[in-house]
Design a protein around this ligand. Structure first.
Ligand code: GLA
Length: 393
């Protein structure tokens, strides 16, 4: 089921857990005290709505990060990852200096926030194993944050609720790493359920499990392998533009507007801010439409909503790029595709396609070959499904 087979998830007992334990032992000579697993996510509906206090619907996916932890008492943190070169070495007393653009920033941010919440972390040896594609829009960052946070909190016997831990991980990313993300990723990774999507109101944090009556269709992740550039700054810029539009229109957040009101007041915004607001306001409306269609098993309708989301992201929110367009064109051309859209922040990363279950293998082969011929990049394409959220093992 993979165009690029090197990342195939294993069957049976979770091989990532075995690998994380082994990596900890072979690198630091210690056994794991705790191990936690947290999945990546696919946003189905609700793109860039979360930080506008709007609505989202998403699934947790099979691809996940696994962290194995052994506590230390000397204040040192040593960490190794199977995806990154070079181990981390830092002291828990140095965390006020802030992020330095390294892969372990997520670990450092989580430790800092946990300690501020009263969790006694006096150092740790950590091994991370993950098969969530990095920088691809399926939230490898929330997966690692949650895996670290769960394993470290459990090792310190620190009691914290799932919702509070997810919010803490978001703060680590906002305040320590400097990416002003919303809550979509951390909540999806925490509260995902097998066979269900999560609907979330990002203002009230009310959520609901939506059964996916889709045995006829499957979600396929098509990773462009186009490295995302400047994604953090462009993302924060989009967020700033949304906040500015809301301020000019005198509402708490763009969530408070509907399309009719926005169009009536269009002259109060400049062209760029109007396009940004149009995307967010219409996307919130598409979340409701998409969730009802998903629940009813109306895959043609779901595909249509997914396509309209992509067009809005491309034209009004302007977060697509040539590689995402090439991938989406290949997906829409392949037989059995109901719809396709970019997922996550944009500017590279993945397209998500909803594909008729009978032809997934053929879809993957055809889209992979067409995309490679068009761009010269070797994509990674795999089918996934709604899985259970994060937990300590
Ligand atoms: C990234 C962010 C999320 C969300 C999506 C876009 O994944 O981390 O909070 O804003 O982009 O929907």
């Amino acid at each position: 089921m993979l165009y690029n087979r090197s990342n195939a998830p294993g069957a049976g007992a979770d091989p990532r857990v075995t690998r994380a334990r082994e990596l900890l032992r072979s690198t630091y000579g210690v056994g794991a005290q705790t191990v936690a697993r947290a999945p990546g996510r696919l946003e189905l509906f609700g793109a860039h709505t979360d930080y506008n206090e709007g609505y989202v619907a998403s699934i947790a996916i099979r691809q996940a990060a696994v962290a194995a932890v052994s506590s230390r008492a000397d204040g040192m943190v040593r960490a190794v990852s199977d995806q990154e070169s070079g181990p981390a070495n830092f002291s828990v007393d140095e965390l006020d200096a802030g992020a330095d653009g390294q892969w372990w920033d997520y670990l450092a941010g989580v430790i800092k926030l946990l300690r501020e919440h009263g969790c006694q972390i006096g150092g740790a040896d950590v091994a991370l194993v993950s098969d969530v594609p990095v920088g691809s829009g399926v939230s490898s960052s929330a997966a690692v944050e949650l895996a670290y946070a769960l394993a470290l909190a459990a090792a310190a016997e620190f009691e914290i609720g799932a919702e509070e831990l997810a919010l803490l991980c978001q703060r680590a990313e906002n305040e320590y790493v400097g990416m002003r993300c919303g809550i979509l990723d951390q909540f999806s990774s925490t509260f995902g359920q097998a066979g269900r999507a999560m609907w979330l109101d990002c203002r009230t944090l009310e959520r609901r499990a939506v059964p996916i009556t889709a045995d006829r269709a499957q979600f396929v992740v098509c990773d462009t392998r186009k490295p995302r550039e400047l994604v953090g700054s462009a993302y924060n810029e989009r967020r700033g533009q949304c906040e500015e539009a809301a301020r000019l229109l005198g509402v708490g957040a763009l969530r408070d507007l509907d399309t009719a009101t926005l169009e009536r007041r269009a002259s109060e915004l400049n062209g760029t801010l109007l396009r940004r607001a149009r995307h967010v306001v219409s996307e919130n409306e598409r979340v409701h439409e998409g969730v009802s269609l998903l629940e009813a098993g109306e895959m043609v309708g779901v595909g249509d909503v997914i396509n309209r989301t992509h067009e809005s992201l491309r034209d009004d929110y302007e977060v697509s790029c040539p590689e995402l367009e090439a991938m989406r064109a290949a997906a829409l051309d392949a037989p059995g595709c109901y719809g396709a859209r970019l997922v996550g922040a944009g500017f590279g990363g993945c397209v998500m396609a909803l594909v008729d279950a009978s032809g997934v293998e053929e879809f993957i082969a055809q889209v992979g070959a067409r995309y490679e011929a068009a761009t010269g990049l070797v994509p990674r394409i795999f089918a996934t499904q709604a899985c259970d959220g994060a937990g300590v093992l």
